[in-house]
Design a protein around this ligand. Structure first.
Ligand SMILES: *Cc1c(COP(=O)(O)O)cnc(C)c1O
Length: 225
């Protein structure tokens, strides 16, 4: 079996230079993260507030913590002081709360809008239509302590390559539409975060420039803790 260091080194070598790797370390213990860290990885993704807080306190200060899970408004305050990027903004209400907590911490927080493109109903996020509506509403412009840096999404969980490609294409097209429209003046609007362990090569072919990979680096997660 290959080690975490070997996995991450091979993965990083295989990615085009303009693609950022988020090492999704949720449910994995600190020593596993340190192995990736010592292999040069600095960007880690977590999906539980409590777990990310603990790891942030324990691990080196130069780690960039990305929050990738569903975020409840009442928990934003716990990650606002240090989070590098929140991938999972799925409502105007959440955006406003991030803005409020960022202001309290005297910083600007980078975020992505999470877009629901998968066939599963359980996934969070704006539909493309809801996203366009929210942005057209213009209220988000008052949130001057958040910077909307792009889109995040997940493809349908399927072996059907066509369907996965189609989901990624939907994300790519929406990104392009916004880049030429609402965000035409924003150089920060540049991130396309899609692709996970089983579908990141397809995601990159379909325009992703940030991939979130867990299992392929750290192995299977054990949830019964
Ligand atoms: C867990 C998770 C990933 C990584 O999944 P793997 O299949 O382990 O690579 C990526 N994105 C999100 C939002 C996740 O929750």
């Amino acid at each position: 079996m290959s080690t975490i260091a070997e996995n991450i080194t091979a993965l990083r070598r295989s990615l085009p230079p303009d693609v950022t790797l988020v090492a999704v370390s949720k449910y994995h213990p600190d020593p596993d993260l340190m192995e990736a860290y010592n292999a040069g990885q600095r960007v880690f993704g977590e999906n539980l507030v409590q777990e990310m807080r603990q790891k942030q306190a324990d691990l080196p200060d130069d780690i960039q913590w990305h929050f990738i899970g569903h975020l409840q408004t009442n928990k934003v305050k716990y990650i606002a002081p240090y989070v590098a990027l929140i991938h999972s903004v799925d409502s105007l209400r959440l955006l406003r709360e991030i803005d409020r907590q960022a202001a309290k911490n005297d910083r600007i927080i980078d975020v992505l809008l999470q877009i629901h493109v998968a066939a599963e109903e359980t996934k969070f996020g704006f539909t493309p239509h809801e996203c366009l509506d929210m942005l057209a509403g213009g209220e988000w412009r008052q949130c001057d302590h958040v910077r909307i840096c792009g889109l995040m999404g997940m493809a349908t969980n399927t072996d059907d390559e066509q369907r996965i490609r189609q989901d990624f294409t939907t994300l790519r097209n929406l990104f392009q539409e916004l880049k030429e429209g609402v965000f035409a003046e924003s150089s920060a609007f540049a991130i396309r975060s899609y692709g996970m362990s089983h579908d990141y090569p397809l995601a990159i072919e379909e325009g992703a420039n940030m991939v979130r990979v867990g299992t392929r680096i750290f192995g299977e997660r054990v949830y019964n803790t």
